[in-house]
Design a protein around this ligand. Structure first.
Ligand SMILES: Nc1nc2c(c(=O)[nH]1)N[C@H]1C(S)=C(S)[C@@H](COP(=O)(O)OP(=O)(O)OC[C@H]3O[C@@H](n4cnc5c(N)ncnc54)[C@H](O)[C@@H]3O)O[C@H]1N2
Ligand code: MOO
Ligand code: MG
Length: 422
């Protein structure tokens, strides 16, 4: 008899997946390889930034009190005793009436407390001695870039779990991190199942289609920050599927299959999980697309049985696999970032289940706007190419119209959410 499946709410399904403990290993990588990796320890300032008082301009360093009487009618001339560029340090203490020619980034000489920009001084030489004249006062602190004005020693600059961006790389370099402790990226195997599937180079033949899900998933896995392993296609033959899934699950941190999770005669994954004696967390969710998404645990390894329908497979990955990847990499906001956007075209279909509409975003009058990205059936592949967000329409709602404010999950944001579900 056909097994009866009971759908559970999306939030409950996500909770179940997230309750399976992840390994959370760390490793050291060279800073040049750290982009998009996740910091595995807090970054604390080991020294002030800048590390010394310095000049923000090309100019002259002076003792401010020496300029106090300067005016148009009373120009004051200083003897220029030395020239220093960034990286050099003035060799002498500056005395009354003396100045140092100083370039941007150079350390402020002892006793100096103001910088005169080159443009505001008249420089000249007489008898092989250099001088400069000013016609106004430069108060103490004028044009000084102070030690620690950017960062004070001991400041927690970034928390463990932060995804490294170009700015983070600059900060790590500032504190001399040649190697950075980052979260290890989980490895994720991907199998496509289905006797109808052709490889990329195969010509079309009657009844067959090309496997698109695997290639989509490899990119989704990379976008989420993990390491994908391409495992090829599996025809709908039980022994082969069982053996290959078992073998692969022993080698990777998580395993994704697409297809074969519904109730059809050739949907073999439920039987594979049964023979493995894997614990099935759920096999029906109150969502569209992706209602048949199935997740099982076998020997601490999560087995994600994503739907074969391309749009359902896509949604299943972002809702269930992505947050697990983030958590295993210590991220504190592993889910998709949730924002509000205004609908710019009607979505009249009623929503018996929570609906994830694949969407494109735009801006108008400073407002974030959202619209479906095209053909929106579970089987659709065309709309995925323009998808950068999901509109989340709660179950039990009627259609939505232009102007309605809706919840939107962002797919390309590195910000994330702690928990976007109600
Ligand atoms: N009697 C019922 N039939 C179906 C139900 C149901 O509840 N009762 N659920 C439907 C829903 S909803 C979905 S979604 C699909 C899920 O099917 P499966 O996950 O079992 O996937 P398959 O049967 O293997 O394939 C479905 C569809 O997707 C195509 N496909 C599969 N793999 C790929 C791939 N790698 N690349 C591109 N396209 C792929 C496949 O050819 C099928 O057209 O079941 C409904 N049926
Ligand atoms: O699971 Mo199906 O994708 O709801 O259409
Ligand atoms: Mg099927």
């Amino acid at each position: 008899m056909l097994e009866k499946r009971t759908p559970i709410p999306v939030s409950e399904a996500v909770k179940k997946v997230m309750s399976i403990p992840q390994k959370q290993k760390t490793e050291q990588v060279h800073l040049h390889k750290a982009y998009r990796r996740t910091l595995a320890e807090d970054l604390i300032a080991k020294h002030p930034v800048p590390p010394f008082d310095r000049s923000p301009y090309d100019g002259f360093a002076i003792r401010s009190q020496d300029s106090s009487e300067a005016s148009r009618d009373n120009p004051i001339t200083f003897q220029v005793i030395e020239t220093i560029g960034a990286g050099s340090v003035c060799s002498r203490e500056v005395q009354s009436g003396e100045a140092v020619r100083i370039m941007t980034g150079a350390m402020l000489p002892k006793n100096c407390d103001a910088i005169v920009m080159l443009e505001l001084a008249h420089a000249f030489s007489e008898n092989e001695t250099n001088y400069m004249t000013i016609k106004r006062e430069f108060p103490a602190g004028h044009n000084i870039s102070y030690q620690g004005e950017d960062v004070a020693t001991g400041t927690i600059l970034l928390k463990k779990g932060t995804v490294i961006n170009p700015g983070t790389a600059a900060l790590l370099a500032t504190f001399g991190y040649e190697y950075v402790t980052v979260a290890k990226q989980p490895t994720i195997g991907v199998f496509a199942t289905g006797s109808e599937l052709l490889d990329l180079g195969d010509p079309l033949e009657p009844g067959k289609i090309r496997n698109s899900n695997t290639h989509m998933l490899l990119a989704q896995i990379e976008r989420a920050g993990a390491i994908p392993y391409y495992m090829g296609n599996l025809p709908d033959e039980f022994d082969l599927c069982y053996n290959r899934v078992k073998e692969a699950a022993e080698q990777v941190d998580m395993l994704i299959t697409t297809g074969g999770v519904s109730v059809g005669d050739f949907d073999l994954l439920p039987e594979v999980y049964a023979k493995l004696e894997a614990e099935v967390l759920f096999n029906k969710i109150a969502m569209r697309p992706g209602s048949v998404t199935t997740v099982a645990v076998w020997q601490d390894t999560l087995l994600f049985g994503l739907s074969g329908n391309p749009s359902a497979c896509y949604v299943g990955f972002e809702v269930f696999v992505k947050p697990v990847i983030g958590t295993s990499m210590l991220q504190t906001k592993p889910h998709l970032q949730k924002v509000k956007a205004t609908l710019i075209e009607p979505v009249p279909k009623a929503n018996p289940f929570t609906r994830f509409v694949r969407c494109a975003l735009s801006y108008s009058n400073d407002q974030l706007q959202v619209a479906p990205s095209g053909f929106n059936k579970s089987s659709a592949v065309s709309s995925l190419a323009k998808t950068v967000a999901f509109m989340v329409l709660p179950g039990g709602t009627r259609g939505y119209t232009t102007g309605d404010l809706v919840d939107v999950l962002l797919l390309e944001s590195s910000e994330g959410s702690e928990w976007p579900w109600e």
